[in-house]
Write a protein that binds this ligand. Sequence first.
Ligand code: FAD
Length: 511
Amino acid sequence: MSAPKPIRSIVIVGGGTAGWMAAAALSRLVRTGVSVTLVESDAIATIGVGEATIPPIRNFNGLLGIDENDFLSKTQGTIKLGIDFIDWTREGHRYTHPFGEFGFDIEGVKFHHYWRKLYAEGKASWIEDYNLCATAQKLGRYTTPVADPASVLSRLTYAYQFDASLYAAYLRAYAEARGVVRTEGKVVDVLLRSEDGHVDAIALEGDRRITGELFIDCTGFRGLLIKGALKTGFESWKHWLQCDRAWAVPSANPGREITPYTRSTARRAGWQWRIPLQHRVGNGYVYCSDDISDDEAAATLMANLDGEPLRDPMLIRFEAGRRKLAWNRNVVALGLASGFVEPLESTSIHMIQTGVSKLMALLPDRDFSPVERDEYNRQTQIQMEQVRDFVILHYHANERTDGDLWRRVREMDIPETLQRKIDLFRNRGRFFRYDDELFADSSWIAVLLGQNVMPAGWDSLADAVDPALVRQRLDRIREVFRRAAEAMPRHEDWLARNCPAPTASVTRKTA
Ligand code: FAD
């Protein structure tokens, strides 16, 4: 057996959210003698969007030992309890995908089976009333959760909405304080080793060169190393996820209220996001360019803002899909360089997080055994496909009558993995989670029911429990959640008390 040859130098190329998340996490290796360098160019802008997240981000920040209130304050952050979907199922309809569980299981049977039965009998209200996050979200309230499972507040699960550039800056300070070296410079060439095609060095403007053993490509959609130098293929999912452009614009918050959730409103050729931060609101219209012109899409976005726009909108082009190998030779792609699924369920930053965690768990040595690389790629593919399926569900299960996009996505063939899930659920509300699937049963149930995929029946074990007792339990859960939510402070008051952000000078800018 040959002696291990630990990696001694890691070069991260790109300093957007992906680059600095990787740098912050990998800074732990500096103590073991590994040099970690991040190269970025001030002359090349980051994507500048990416404001909503999902609950596991708290684990990432927690592992880094980040103080939550300090982080929220410095990133103009707010709390996200879920997503409000307006007009997605059909025009005039509204539902919530809340974080956190629905109700409580009874005698080992999932709560939603009891709910389905009572709902069919007209003895239960809509399922959201049995979820604490959804209840608090509707009232615009939030309080710090309690870990003790005996407290109802242990049912509160949350994520963040923040300014992505401030998050990158926050992580930069963290990483640099722990020995990560930042190098300013524009990459003009990537040099490959002739013997094995690995990246040997990157060349920077001004005749500088940075060598490394492991390279992390965080250069965004450009994918300078993974795509440009290694020519790694891309698997397009455009036939399922047809939106390929977005206009993004920040606006002023028109009032004092800061809603603790992201809002997604379906429109004729796509959908519009609204993400409230402390100092402003992030907005964007994600659309399919076959169905609407750029000008009309921009006009639609600007006509549907709650407050005054703070600058001109920015156009972003993209294609849904994944890099066929997220790890190729000695390059691991993270963030947009590794693929993209539109931000409907705020999953991209999470995919960076899981990418970094997997890399830490499978850190190669200088021999770059294919075993670790293949496992990384296998897991990445599964995770991206699971996210893809979840997002497709929102489109496919629609009853909208406007716009050709909605008819096409309703009628299209969907991945077999998703079809199986829908069929199982539609039959008797059954749901299974595979391979550490990111979204829990409660998320799938929220969106399936929200998109009107109603199970025809329920688990027959739900019939074994006294119906009067079940009804009593459901009424009680709803009541306890309502009272708990009503007792919480308003979200904006909680922010002001715990993590007020510096007041920003939000002046109107035109490009
Ligand atoms: P970028 O931010 O593009 O950073 C690329 C970096 O590479 C920059 O630092 C740049 O300077 C550097 N670079 C590039 N070329 C060179 C070069 N030649 N030399 C030196 N440096 C170079 N995700 C979420 O989780 N939630 C959301 O709500 C969300 N909303 C989104 C909305 C839209 C419309 C889009 C397109 C994406 C959204 N995302 C969201 C995804 C999110 O924006 C990205 O996952 C995240 O910002 C990571 O981007 P990145 O770091 O990979 O790339």
